[in-house]
Design a protein around this ligand. Structure first.
Ligand SMILES: [Zn+2]
Length: 247
């Protein structure tokens, strides 16, 4: 492989590193956002449970008034009993009083239900509060780690970009322009190794002439299918031959 291509392969390796760092830098804020949303949801759930409990307590209080007015009604009916002349009217009113008592009992049972819920809520409240605080602490710790990671990656990116500039200086201008143009179009990969008789990028079989030109390594050969520059990786070839001999 000629030196021009060697420099370009080095540049491609650095560009891949830059891409990987940039990808991570895009992913991490998304991860942090997801965590923030989960904590927010837990807090909303907690607040909703409290709100729901408060509504029940308001309802229980309202039921106190209902009980009072039913009791008033019962008292009134009991007074009326003495003034009634006919048996029919008397038993009708007794029935009415009985209905009032039933209704009162129902309401009092509902109130008991709410009180049981309240008791349970108070017991769970502390537990849930503690759980929420623990989860928040874990999230915050993880968030801090991720923020540190962003800092580290930004430093690494600056470092790698500066390496990139140095490496780019070693590549001939026309080749660099060609490489960069393909790289941008082809998801970051502008130069690929020959893989047997195929392009290492799109895996299309190359013509025997193209293959021998790539192996000779005198000119810059591009794959006619994906337009990437194709090079012959001597070290990889040697390794493969060695592997073959060893088997
Ligand atoms: Zn190709």
């Amino acid at each position: 492989m000629n030196d021009k291509l060697k420099e370009l392969v080095k540049l491609q390796q650095i560009d891949i590193q830059v891409m990987q760092i940039e990808n991570k830098l895009e992913e991490i804020p998304e991860e942090i956002k997801g965590m923030d949303e989960r904590v927010e949801q837990l807090e909303v759930d907690f607040q909703n449970a409290s709100k729901e409990m408060n509504n029940l307590l308001v309802m229980k209080k309202e039921k106190d008034n209902d009980v009072l007015s039913i009791e008033e009604e019962i008292k009134k009916h009991q007074k009326e009993l003495n003034s009634l002349k006919s048996n029919e009217a008397y038993s009708a009113l007794l029935k009415e009083i009985e209905n009032c008592n039933k209704k009162k009992e129902e309401i009092e049972n509902e109130q008991l239900g709410i009180m049981e819920k309240e008791e349970q809520f108070i017991i769970n409240k502390d537990k849930r509060h503690k759980e929420l605080d623990e989860k928040k602490a874990v999230f915050n710790g993880k968030k801090k780690e991720l923020e540190d990671e962003i800092q580290r990656l930004n430093n690494l990116l600056a470092e790698t970009q500066s390496k990139r500039s140095d490496a780019a200086r070693g590549v001939e201008d026309t080749v660099l322009v060609q490489y960069d143009r393909i790289r941008v179009k082809k998801r970051g990969i502008g130069i690929v190794p020959l893989e047997e008789e195929a392009c290492g990028g799109c895996h299309m079989i190359m013509t025997p002439q193209e293959v021998s030109d790539v192996i000779r390594g005198q000119d810059t050969i591009v794959c006619s299918s994906c337009m990437r520059i194709v090079y012959f990786d001597e070290k990889k070839e040697e390794q493969q031959n060695k592997d073959l001999q060893n088997t």
